[in-house]
Design a protein. Structure first.
Length: 255
């Protein structure tokens, strides 16, 4: 066996090790070259789950945006229904003139039409969010397995559909009852979505941090490996040069 076999093997091995370490330093990924396959497998799984939880955060935010829109509408509807009730009470006054009654009827009809219009036309992403006939519900994804929760934006809110103040008191009282119950449903849905969102956000952050711990290069360790293999490589080269010189000297003696 040549005296240079071991030094050459050392040179090749140290250079391969240095290339691997430099790749990890440059890319920031420690699982290159078949290193820590188990860590990479776990990192892939956790990364997929972390991405799924981030998607849940976005899903629930869309639901929260929807509920925020409806919440604003319910607040305005409460104000309108309260005014409608005032008009109904005002109409009970026996000293009202015909002009007074006409004015009350006119305002009553306008407010009734506005309430009914908001209920029938309010949409989010082209979907109706209030209804006088059915309770609007929406499915929102809440976990990485595809599970979902159903939220309600309101209960059914009966149409007012009146043209004179004489019916305003009873109609407004019923509308206010429906709106109060609707705000309760909306509040429960909002709290539920915020809870799911907080859990998903924390889970995504923890899982993606775990992925970084599994995948990220240990820079101190890899720099130490580069230094070590550089020393070995230089020593092996020096040995190879020394052996070559010895072989030349022997040939000179034989000559």
């Amino acid at each position: 066996m040549s005296n240079n076999s071991l030094p050459i093997h050392g040179i090749n091995q140290s250079q391969r090790n240095m290339r691997d370490s430099i790749s990890r330093l440059v890319t920031g990924i420690k699982v290159l070259g078949g290193n820590d396959v188990a860590d990479q497998t776990m990192a892939n799984t956790l990364n997929a789950e972390g991405a799924s939880f981030n998607r849940i955060v976005k899903n629930t935010q869309k639901g929260i945006d929807l509920l925020t829109l409806v919440e604003s509408a319910l607040t305005e509807l409460n104000s309108l229904a309260t005014r409608l009730k005032e008009l109904g009470v005002a109409d009970t006054l026996s000293t009202n003139s015909s002009d007074d009654t006409a004015a009350l009827d006119s305002e009553t009809e306008a407010i009734s039409d506005t309430i009914d219009s908001i209920i029938s036309t309010l949409t989010f992403n082209s979907m109706s969010v209030l209804s006088a006939s059915t309770e609007p519900t929406f499915a929102i994804g809440i976990n990485q397995a595809g599970g979902f929760t159903t939220i309600s934006t309101s209960q059914t809110i009966a149409a007012t559909n009146i043209t004179d103040a004489s019916n305003a008191l009873a109609t407004a009282t019923l509308a206010l009852s429906h709106l109060t119950k609707s705000q309760g449903k909306l509040s429960g849905s909002m709290s539920s979505l915020k809870g799911y969102q907080n859990v998903a956000s924390a889970s995504a952050a923890n899982m993606l941090e775990a992925v970084r711990n599994l995948q990220d290069t240990d820079y101190a360790l890899e720099i130490a490996k580069v230094t070590k293999n550089s020393i070995i490589n230089n020593y092996a080269i020096a040995m190879s040069v020394y052996n070559n010189q010895q072989d030349k000297d022997k040939l000179k003696l034989l000559a």
